[in-house]
Design a protein around this ligand. Structure first.
Ligand code: ZN
Length: 490
């Protein structure tokens, strides 16, 4: 282990240096530096890749004598990383990089001009390469298993399908009931929300939640994200709208949720490939929990509403807390995923999950995709996109070759409620703490049951150990029925 660990630390350092360059690119880099920056990032990433799959690393792993459970986990996880990395021929990796480079440009143009036909041949190529990628990675039941596994290790298509099917069959009627009920006004979250005050108010909340600014910082970027360069440096970015409260505030809570996950990883894992979130779904469960289960709840606003009134006096001075709570939770089916509310969001994901599988299986042709998209959108959400730019062309993911990525967003939503319920069962004081702006019990429970493990446990294992069950749709559906049933009277 004495020789293996420093080697893995060097690989991790290269990845973190690349991540720092990418963070800079999204925050402070002058626009003219894009080309040189892309080259620098590629250099660091390929060096790290070469070091990882080299003979020397393999020999060190063979010779390593684990002295602890952490050592055993480290060897298991790194061996699996290397195996996956070496299964895919470098010619295919290069071909995928070339195709997605071209495809991204074509997608941007197609979206701008609202012309799906410009993007269609590129998507066909991406699908073809994704199938080759899946064959190279290997799978048990369906090629989709291999693609999903890249983002949500250990989950199978069958497991996800079963859970999503149950969500969909209950959720579609719920959305219909909400559409038939009188609209909730969102007027209290619209108005003047000065940017500087949003910045301060958001920071006050994320610091109270437990985001450690001694090991983090917040900056502005076009698309908010969080990123880590070590357990001791996990950053978030935000973007606010001076006329709309939700995106800036809930965006900060969301990214801080991601960041607190990585700040909470056991320091013994620092510098090793284990010091990362275990899957995208588990990562998203953390961001969604703080954003929705905490941030969009009455107990939270019992403490924060008077503060919000002070900060945004001209807009909220004459509003009561209940109107503010209803406003921020108003459900309004939109064709755009990133604007979707808590209720409809998962349907946007399930639409993409089904279409990805149908396309890979050859059951629908790329040329028929817009029609399929719009038809399903209409039958599930009751709305039809006006054009392909707000329909099938809205997301960047497919153009980058990220097939199998979307489900992780919905998995995060489902897991967030399972974990939150387990935390509250064990600590009934979590809700009353929230009412006084305290989050210690919730954060400690997450540190103990989720964060500390990094990649040592899979998402499935974390769920099993901390909630006693596997992935399940029922807790999330119950949460939605209770919260929105009360708001919309169904
Ligand atoms: Zn997220």
């Amino acid at each position: 282990m004495r020789d293996l660990k420093p080697r893995l630390a060097r690989i991790t350092d290269l990845n973190h240096a690349a991540a720092l360059l990418e963070w800079d690119q999204e925050t402070y880099m002058p626009p003219g530096a894009a080309e040189s920056r892309a080259r620098q990032v590629a250099t660091l990433r390929s060096l790290s890749h070469e070091l990882l799959i080299s003979e020397e690393t393999l020999t060190l792993i063979d010779r390593a004598k684990p002295e602890s459970e952490i050592d055993q986990d480290l060897i298991r996880v790194v061996s699996r990383d290397i195996e996956k990395a070496t299964r895919v021929p470098s010619s295919l990796i290069a071909e995928m990089a070339r195709a997605s480079g071209l495809s991204k440009g074509a997608w941007q143009k197609a979206r701008q001009e609202n012309k799906f036909s410009e993007f269609a041949p590129h998507l066909e190529r991406i699908l073809d390469l994704s199938l080759q990628h899946a064959e190279a990675l290997g799978y048990e039941e369906t090629p989709y298993d291999a693609l999903l596994d890249q983002y949500e290790e250990g989950m199978t298509t069958a497991q996800v399908s079963e859970v999503f099917t149950s969500v969909k069959s209950d959720l579609v009627p719920i959305v219909r009931s909400i559409s038939e009920a009188p609209d909730l006004s969102d007027s209290a979250v619209r108005g003047d929300f000065p940017l500087k005050k949003q910045w301060d108010f958001g920071l006050e909340a994320v610091k109270a939640m437990g985001y450690d600014m001694n090991h983090g910082r917040q900056d502005v970027s076009a698309h908010p994200f969080s990123t880590a360069f070590s357990i001791t440096d996990v950053r978030i970015t935000t973007r606010s709208d001076a006329k709309f409260f939700n995106p800036g505030f809930f965006g900060s809570l969301h990214e801080a949720g991601h960041a607190m996950y990585e700040q909470g990883i056991d320091m013994q894992l620092e510098g090793s490939p284990l010091a990362d979130g275990t899957s995208l779904g588990m990562h998203e469960s953390q961001s969604r929990m703080w954003e929705n289960l905490v941030g969009r709840s009455r107990p939270f606003w019992k403490h924060y509403f008077p503060r919000a009134q002070q900060a945004f006096e001209s807009t909220l001075g004459g509003v009561d807390m209940e109107s503010f709570y209803r406003s921020m939770n108003a459900v309004a089916p939109s064709p755009i995923r990133v604007e979707a509310d808590e209720v409809t969001y998962n349907l946007h994901i399930m639409l993409r999950f089904e279409l990805e599988q149908d396309m890979l299986a050859g059951e629908i042709k790329v040329q028929d995709l817009p029609e399929q998209w719009n038809d399903r959108m209409e039958s599930w959400l009751g709305i039809r996109p006006n054009d392909d730019s707000e329909g099938v062309l809205q997301d960047i993911h497919w153009s980058l070759g990220a097939i199998g990525y979307f489900p992780t967003y919905a998995l995060g939503n489902l897991m967030s409620v399972q974990l939150f319920n387990a935390a509250c069962d064990e600590n009934p004081n979590i809700i009353s703490e929230m009412e006084s702006g305290q989050f210690d019990s919730l954060l400690s429970w997450l540190r103990e049951n989720v964060h500390q493990y990094g990649r040592r446990k899979s998402a499935n294992q974390i769920l099993k150990d901390s909630t006693g069950t596997t992935l399940s749709s029922e807790p999330w559906l119950n949460y939605i029925r209770t919260k929105f049933g009360e708001l919309y009277g169904f």
